[in-house]
Structures are given as C-alpha cells and as structure tokens.
Design a protein. Structure first.
Lengths: 214, 385
C-alpha cells in the first residue's frame, strides 16, 4: 500500500513559489488499477515522480509500504525504486545504446540477479509483451508501439508490485494505444500488479478501477 | 561494469581517442624531459661527490699541432699508481670520441668506456657489419678483416654490431668539432689492454687523469710527483693543468640541463592544458549522458554504481594513454637521448613521478564526475517530454 497524507509540492522558479500539489491525500491499495486524470500542468507527473521515489515532497507524508519516504537514504531509495516500482514513460526512455534485451535486463542487473536467470526472464518478458525473439534489436530501429512494449517489459523485470505509467500512450496512435492499455490491464488482472496510470485521454478511463481527478 | 565502461568509451570514442593521444604525447614528452633532468642531476651529484672526496682532475694539453693527447702505457699507469699509493686514476675519454680519419673506407677508430662493451670485440654499425663479415677486407696496414675476425695491429677482435643505445648517438670529435656518425666508426672498449697499447703506438686516445685525495692529504706532494712524472712521459710535448670538478659540474649544468629542463617545463604546462581539456571533455560527455544516468537511477541504480562505472572509464582512459606515453617516452630516451655528455637513463623515480601525475589526473577527472552524479536530479531530467 502507498499513501500520501497532506502532501504539498512547491517549485521555486525565478524566486516565485508555485504550489503544484496542495494538500493531496491519496491511498493506493495493492492490485488496483488507478488512473490519474486532469488537465495539463496540474501536477500529475509530479505526483507520479513522488510516488516513484524520484522526487521529494515539500511537506506532508508519503508512506511506501508503511515506511516514510523521507527517512530513506539514497541507497535505500534506489533499492525501493528497483524492487517496488516499474516506471513507464511517455517517451519510453529506453537507453539508445543498449539492445532491447539489455534494456530489459538493466533493473535485474541492478538487483544483482544471476546472468542466466536474467536471460531466462528476458525471454519470458519479451513473449509476454508480444516481442518474442527481438532482444538483439536496438530501440531506434523499432516503432513507437514496439519501444513502449520493451519499456513495459523493462518495468516488469523485477516483478514490481507497482507499475507507474505516465501517459504511456501519449506518443502512440489509437491502435497501438489500445494494445498497450490492454496489455497493462491484462498484467493488472493476471499478475495482480497495482497500476497507477496518468492520462488525459477520456477513452481510457473505462479500464480503471478508480479514476482520481486532479 | 567494465563492459558498460567499455561500451561508453566506444560511444565516445572520438573524444576519448583525442584525450588519450593528447595524454600520451604529454606523458611521453614529460618522461623524456624528466629523464634528462634526473640524469643530469645524477651526473652533477656524482661530480659533486668527487669534489667532496677531494678528487683532483689533471688535464694534458698538447703544446703543438703534431701531438694529440697524452696516452699512457699500462706500465706507466702502474708506476703512477705506485707513486701515488693507489690514488692515481685514469679514464680514456668516454663520452667524447677521439677519431682519426686515416682509413680508406673512412672508418674512424674510436674507444669508449661503456659497461656494455666487451674487451675482445670491435663494434661496428649494422651497415659496416654486413660488409665486414663476408670475405677478406683490407682497410690499411693496421686494420684487416678475415672471415669475420677483425685484426687491429695483429690482434684479433670479434666483430659485433653496435649496441643500439650507442649507435644512435652523434658525437663530436675533439680535433675540429665536427660531428661524426657512429655509422663510420670502429668502436673498441677502452678497457681492452691490446687496443690501449695499440692506440698508444698510434697516439690515439684522449686520456684524463685524476687523483683521489692527492692534494689534500700531503700538501700537494702527490700531485707534484704525479705532474713531474707525467711531464717526463710527455717529453715536453704537453702542458698540464689541474682542472676543477666544480667547473665540470657547472658545465654539465649549463650545457646539458638547460634544454631538457625547458622541455620538462613545457611538458608540465602541456599536461596542465591537456588536463583542463580532459576535464572539459568529461563534463561535456557527462552532460550528454545525464538523461542516461537519470534513467538508470530511476531503474534502481545507485549513485555509487554510476560513479564506479565512470571512474572505471576514466581509469581505462588514463591508464591506456599514460602507459602508451610512458612507453613512447622510454623508447625516445633510449633511442634519441638529447646529449651524450652523461648517460641518459630512464630511472624509477621518473616512472614514479609519471604514476603520481596520472593519479592526480585521475582524481582531477573523477572528483567533478562524482559531484555531478551526486547532484543529478532524476525528476528534472525525466520531466520534459
Ligand atoms: N522541476 C520543476 N521546476 C519548476 N517547475 C516545475 C518543475 N517540474 C514541474 N514544474 C511545474 O509544475 C507544474 C506541474 O507539472 P507536471 O509536469 O506535474 O504537470 P502534468 O500534470 O504532468 O502536465 P502534463 O499533462 O502536461 O504532463 C507545471 O506547471 C510545471 O511547470
Ligand atoms: Mg506530465
């Protein structure tokens, strides 16, 4: 379970404080499929970054599995990011110099998984996202939809309980969009992964168990 | 991790090649110069040590143009050693060549005292070597070659190619200051009894004399005795003077140290410039790679892992460049030493200084990298789409 209590996030640009998150209270149970929905600039990405431990709150509390994020050291935060969260970005963020397979293996490497286990798991993941046998290809040779599948496989690498997706279909056409969201929904149902997805596409709201309007 | 480092180096291969080449050249220049400076210092120190032990140098100056330098026979040297209770030393001029061009082939006869030279061998350049080992070659009365053995005044010498460290030198004759190439030289060890005697006949070798403690121990009596005996041997053909080792040390200093020392300073300066360039290049590479690192951090890498990876890169780079530079420098010292007034050698202290500089350079490159990585803000780097 992850929980935000009285969360505030303030950015300071050119001396002006800007409150992006004001008194946010959010509780996500394991196994949920939640969509964060709201107009552009309302702080969805910011919120997702805080949940994913790649940004900090200005004030308030964020509890990850009952532990206050504020007391985590850099090393512990890295470990949590690696084990608890799988991040999927709008622009995929695959490392261009690594092959698809190597990209997928990155989180496993940082976890310290043995090499042959990594290979085995990569194979399974590629099958799962419908990209079997394409581990040697490089991301820049793939279509957007294919790249996002690889990114999803990478996010799933360490079987994280939480998948955080920031407009994962924002750069895709409707066919690919439907495939990807379908895939996420399937992962949520079959593997019980919690999914927190950001979107401003109304058509996708139907997939969610719960929609949080911001 | 090493695999990642190598991959990153490959991605930035242009920048890294440039840095490595620059580094190698600077280290080579620095090694070359520093070797000269340290060798000169060692020569000066040796001279100073001799001064401190009360050593006196005697020089024999020919009085007319028909005579060249005084040469002692072994028996005379022996008597001089007895007169002076063993304080008498002599060295056939070693680093300066004395030569006479009386051969049809223009080969010069030369002696040198180098540890590498053996008594019963005559050393020739590889060019001469191939022409000498074939059949029978007659140079003149004193030199002939029969089936690979060279006879000089009837004494047999084995013929060998000159050691590389010597063949590269360019020497100045004492006669007219003209340089002769080692290609045209028949080189004997001056410690060979035969060749010394033969040279005595030919009046061929420049010899310097010195006395240990002679002047100081007995109010100059030993010195006076020595000079008188030398005058007797020289038969009025020479004037003797007592040379100062202090002057000799100063001569080393002025003549041989200046240019390499200047090179050393240039080397340091270039190294500094190169270091600045390297730090700049590294900053650029890191800026380019910031998002890569942010993605890795988001996937669970720790800052420490990234620092280790980039340190590995820097170390591979500096070690490669540095070691290549050291090798180039060492080869240059061996093959193309700047001057032959004193032996130029690559000493351990030079290598140690190189290593220290490389270490400092590594630190200078790694520390900014660490600071940058610790300051990476993942959310800022991954925010904009
Ligand atoms: N690092 C930052 N420094 C200053 N201001 C920031 C920073 N990151 C975000 N902001 C501001 O915070 C606000 C919320 O940004 P955020 O990216 O969370 O919005 P969003 O809901 O994800 O928008 P979109 O739907 O367009 O992606 C924006 O006005 C943005 O300008
Ligand atoms: Mg956003």
């Amino acid at each position: 379970m992850i929980e935000l209590r009285n969360a505030y996030k303030t950015y300071n640009t050119n001396g002006n404080d800007k409150n992006v998150l004001e008194n946010v209270n959010l509780r996500v149970e394991r196994g949920e499929f939640i969509i964060l929905f709201g107009r552009s600039g309302c702080g969805k990405t910011t919120l997702l970054n805080i949940i994913g431990l790649i940004d900090n709150l200005t004030s308030g509390e964020y509890l990850v599995e009952g532990i206050n994020a504020e007391i985590l050291s850099r090393k512990e935060a890295a470990k949590y990011r690696n084990a608890l969260f799988g991040y999927i970005f709008q622009s995929f963020y695959l490392l261009p110099d690594l092959s698809a397979g190597e990209n997928i293996q990155l989180p496993m490497r940082y976890k310290g998984m043995p090499r042959d286990e990594q290979k085995e798991r990569t194979k399974i993941l590629l099958e799962q996202v419908g990209m079997a046998g394409r581990d040697k290809e490089f991301p820049n040779r793939m279509s957007g939809g294919e790249q996002q599948r690889i990114a999803i496989a990478r996010a799933l690498a360490n079987k994280p309980p939480y998948l955080l997706a920031d407009e994962p279909t924002g750069n895709l056409d409707t066919t690919n969009r439907d495939h990807i969201v379908h895939l996420l929904s399937q992962i949520n149902k079959e593997q019980g992964s919690t999914i927190v997805m950001v979107t401003h596409d109304r058509e996708l709201l139907k997939y969610a168990d719960r929609v949080v309007e911001m | 991790m090493i695999k990642d480092a190598i991959r990153y180096i490959y991605i930035e291969r242009r920048a890294y090649c440039f840095i490595a080449v620059q580094l190698a050249l600077c280290v080579a220049l620095f090694t070359y110069s520093l070797s000269h400076v340290t060798s000169a210092r060692m020569a000066i120190e040796n001279a100073n040590n001799s001064i401190q032990s009360g050593r006196v140098n005697i020089e024999a100056h020919p009085n007319n143009e028909n005579t060249s330098s005084l040469v002692l026979s072994n028996a005379e040297i022996h008597s001089l050693r007895e007169i002076t209770n063993g304080a008498f030393h002599y060295t056939a001029y070693c680093t300066t060549a004395y030569a006479s061009g009386d051969d049809v082939t223009n080969a010069f006869i030369m002696t040198m005292d180098e540890d590498e030279l053996s008594k019963y061998v005559v050393y020739v350049s590889s060019k001469l070597f191939s022409s000498l080992t074939d059949d029978i070659v007659f140079f003149n009365d004193s030199v002939s070659v029969v089936n690979g053995t060279l006879y000089y005044w009837g004494h047999p010498y084995e013929v060998k190619p000159m050691p590389e460290s010597i063949s590269g030198r360019s020497l100045i004759t004492t006669i007219d200051g003209e340089a002769i190439s080692m290609d045209d030289v028949l080189l004997f060890s001056c410690f060979s009894k035969n060749v010394y005697d033969d040279l005595r006949k030919e009046d061929h070798v420049v010899t310097s004399f010195s006395l240990d403690d002679g002047e100081l121990s007995d109010n100059g009596e030993l010195l006076w005795k020595t000079l008188r005996y030398l005058e007797e041997i020289g038969d009025g053909g020479y004037t003797f003077s007592v040379g100062s080792l202090i002057q000799e040390a100063a001569k080393y200093h002025n003549y041989s140290v200046m240019i390499p020392a200047y090179l050393g300073e240039t080397g340091i300066l270039l190294l500094l410039i190169a270091a600045l360039g390297m730090i700049g290049a590294m900053r650029m590479i890191l800026r380019k790679r910031a998002r890569d690192y942010a993605i890795r951090l988001a996937l669970g890498a720790t800052e420490w892992e990234l620092i280790r990876g980039s340190t590995c890169e820097v170390m591979i780079l500096i070690l490669t460049g540095g070691i290549i530079g050291c090798i180039i420098g060492a080869v240059a010292v061996k093959k193309y030493p700047f001057d032959t007034m004193f032996p130029v050698k690559l000493s351990c202290s030079v290598i140690a200084t190189d290593m220290l500089i490389l270490l400092i350079l590594t630190a200078a490159m790694v520390i900014p990298v660490c600071v940058r990585i610790m300051r990476l803000r993942i959310s800022d780097l991954l925010h904009c789409n």
